[in-house]
Write a protein that binds this ligand. Structure first.
Ligand code: URA
Length: 244
């Protein structure tokens, strides 16, 4: 596949530290090469999927899309803009910043854990659509101990207090009767909290630990992110339009 674009757009889309006007200056100074040749015009066209572009002798590895795993702390909101609280986008370090980034799915302000941040709208849509059954795993701490009936109730599909019917979900107990894991295939608003409310219990701590079969990296501290590589993104869901 070929993707024809202007040199200045190509560079500034991959290097958020360089604006288009800075790229123009660098080109004029002969600091930019395409396939080994100095290119002085920043509006020159190239094939983004094939060209080898270097700035100051350093090659740019072009990625059409970017996929970032964030370990969201409490107090941060999953939106692109918020007047009051910090957003997940404010936690993305400058070298991973790009236009068009957004969180693919929302965690509540007081929920921690795995948030995928990307600029790939199609992929985000696929992993969020209940039709595609991409499982999301949550670690849950409860106010009161659960009992042996929870597993079957989750499997049969819990009816929320609002009357909404949840799809079948997995309840995974641990040795501690106030701690468990829940695997959902859909993402209704406050769903995990509402499911336990329907069983007259209360979630006191919630963390998303897995999307698809990709675990939140245990070495990632709260508030930290890492760029996912192709094979990791594919563990969440297959990549049809290869973003890499
Ligand atoms: N379910 C919830 O109740 N909250 C979240 O943040 C995610 C799932």
């Amino acid at each position: 596949m070929s993707q024809i674009m202007r040199l200045d757009k190509y560079i500034s889309s991959q290097r958020s530290d360089l604006s288009r006007s800075q790229v123009k200056e660098l080109c004029k100074k002969g600091k930019v090469t395409v396939d080994g040749e100095i290119v002085k015009k920043s509006d020159a066209k190239l094939d983004a999927d094939k060209a080898v572009v270097c700035v100051n002798g350093e090659a740019i590895s072009y990625r059409r899309h970017i996929y970032i795993m964030l370990n969201k702390p409490q107090g941060v909101v999953c939106s692109t803009r918020d007047g009051l609280s910090p957003t997940v986008l404010s936690l993305i370090p400058p070298h991973l910043q790009r236009d068009g980034l957004f969180p693919a799915g929302r965690l509540d302000k007081d929920t921690e854990g795995f948030v995928l941040i990307t600029d790939d709208g199609d992929f985000a849509h696929r992993i969020l659509s209940p039709k595609n059954h991409i499982p999301k795993t949550y670690y849950v701490e409860l106010e009161k101990p659960y009992d042996d009936s929870y597993g079957e109730k989750f499997e049969n599909g819990i009816t929320l207090r609002t009357g909404e019917q949840c799809m079948s979900a997995q309840f995974i107990p641990t040795d501690d009767k106030k701690k468990c894991y829940v695997v959902l295939h859909e993402g209704m608003f406050h769903q995990v909290k509402k499911m336990f409310e329907a069983l007259s219990n209360k979630v006191v701590f919630l963390k998303r630990t897995r999307m698809g079969s990709l675990d939140l990296d245990e070495n990632l501290a709260l508030g930290e992110c890492l760029e996912l590589m192709h094979k990791e993104v594919c563990k969440i869901a297959p990549l049809f339009d290869d973003g890499f």
